[in-house]
Design a protein around this ligand. Structure first.
Ligand SMILES: NC(=O)c1ccc[n+]([C@@H]2O[C@H](COP(=O)([O-])OP(=O)(O)OC[C@H]3O[C@@H](n4cnc5c(N)ncnc54)[C@H](O)[C@@H]3O)[C@@H](O)[C@H]2O)c1
Length: 332
């Protein structure tokens, strides 16, 4: 294990699309050195090195287990069902872990990872980057400060061409994805639903349609929160656009997110652009390194990953039972 005055040696496990975002942040961080790359696909490794010429001489491994003895930390960006084994193996080796979402595809597995991270005193961050983004941080603060009053209603519409774009990819193969769009982009929405508000989801009722595939494609979800708020979530993976719209309604005003953020005050009913406070942009990856060096608290620790899959699993259960309400926890 490197002493903290030495550079943190990081291996990237999975060198596909999103791993590049982590590589970018890590390469820009003087405290870090990317010393190993692991991916089962030589083609993807080649493409990754072309994208990041600074990594040209970094040793490549087909089997991620080969890197675990030689690094201090790993960034995992592989298909969803692989996260459990890879995160557990890394923690067993005493490594810090940045794990892409979802942390795991069942509550039981996510809890085991969270327990292991605690037991090993390692920093495990889940890749829910919205917690580092000023727009969502603003909403979070509006709720926590009471500026929006009592939360009454949240509605979210996430629309993507996900069915068509990912046909034939691991994302629509349940053995690798562990679920469909609810577990993929939907996972970010679930993360916000459990993080933004000062109320917790207690019960869901959901309908899903696989649209002829083996995973959930379109889902219509109703949520009851523990202090009276209601939620309505549409996850549309058959859409022809790429969008996300939120209505967050409190007793003192409404926040509208549709790319931009607008606030409608209770006083005049007018929608006004919110000028976001200038904020030091903290990358979720940088926050992870900060936490390892004792400079910050993790923005998205393992427990966040447990809460997301708790909500997702309840939605799957309800949809499988034809919309029957499924309780997540008792109301307070
Ligand atoms: N936070 C975000 O906004 C965001 C965005 C996109 C993807 N993701 C997440 O990142 C992860 C990866 O998604 P992606 O879009 O980069 O997928 P991708 O298909 O582009 O990349 C996955 C990579 O993992 C490699 N891989 C597969 N099996 C492996 C194994 N056993 N060992 C090592 N490497 C293996 C593949 O060869 C591929 O290069 C997923 O968990 C996904 O949900 C997060």
């Amino acid at each position: 294990m490197a002493k903290r005055k030495e550079k943190l040696r990081v291996a990237l496990i999975g060198c596909g699309g999103i791993s590049g975002r982590h590589a970018q942040a890590l390469l820009a961080d003087k405290r870090v050195e990317i010393t190993r790359l692991a991916d089962i696909s030589p083609k993807n490794l080649k493409r990754f090195k072309e994208r990041f010429p600074d990594l040209a001489n970094v040793p490549e491994h087909k089997d991620y287990r080969e890197v675990l003895d030689d690094v201090d930390a790993v960034s995992i960006a592989t298909p969803h069902t692989l996260h459990y084994e890879q995160a557990m193996a890394a923690l067993d080796h005493g490594l810090h872990v940045l794990c892409e979402k979802p942390l795991a595809c069942t509550v039981a597995r996510a809890k085991k990872i969270a327990e292991k991270a605690k037991q090993k005193h390692r920093k495990l961050q889940v890749g829910y980057q919205r917690k580092a983004e000023s727009q969502f941080r603003y909403i979070h603060d509006q709720i926590r400060s009471g500026a929006l009053g009592k939360l009454y209603f949240v509605s979210v519409v996430l629309s993507q061409q996900w069915l068509y774009l990912h046909k034939g990819s691991w994302r629509q193969n349940p053995a690798l994805s562990g679920g469909g769009q609810l577990n993929d982009s939907g996972s970010h929405v679930m993360d916000m639903l459990v993080w933004l508000f000062n109320q917790k989801p207690v019960q869901v009722s959901a309908f899903s349609d696989n649209r002829g595939t083996k995973v959930d494609i379109d889902s219509a979800v109703n949520i009851q929160f523990d202090k009276g708020a209601l939620g309505s979530v549409a996850i549309i993976a058959t859409a022809h656009n790429w969008g996300e719209v939120w209505h967050i309604v409190g007793s003192k005003g409404t926040l509208l997110v549709d790319g931009d953020l607008k606030k409608i005050s209770e006083v005049n009913g007018k929608a006004e652009d919110v000028v976001l406070p200038k904020q030091e942009s903290t990358h979720i990856t940088t926050n992870w390194v900060d936490a390892i060096f004792g400079k910050a608290k993790l923005l998205s620790p393992a427990e966040a990953g447990v809460e997301v899959i708790r909500l997702t699993e309840a939605i799957w259960k309800s949809a499988a039972a034809g919309g029957k309400p499924v309780r997540i926890r008792s109301a307070s």
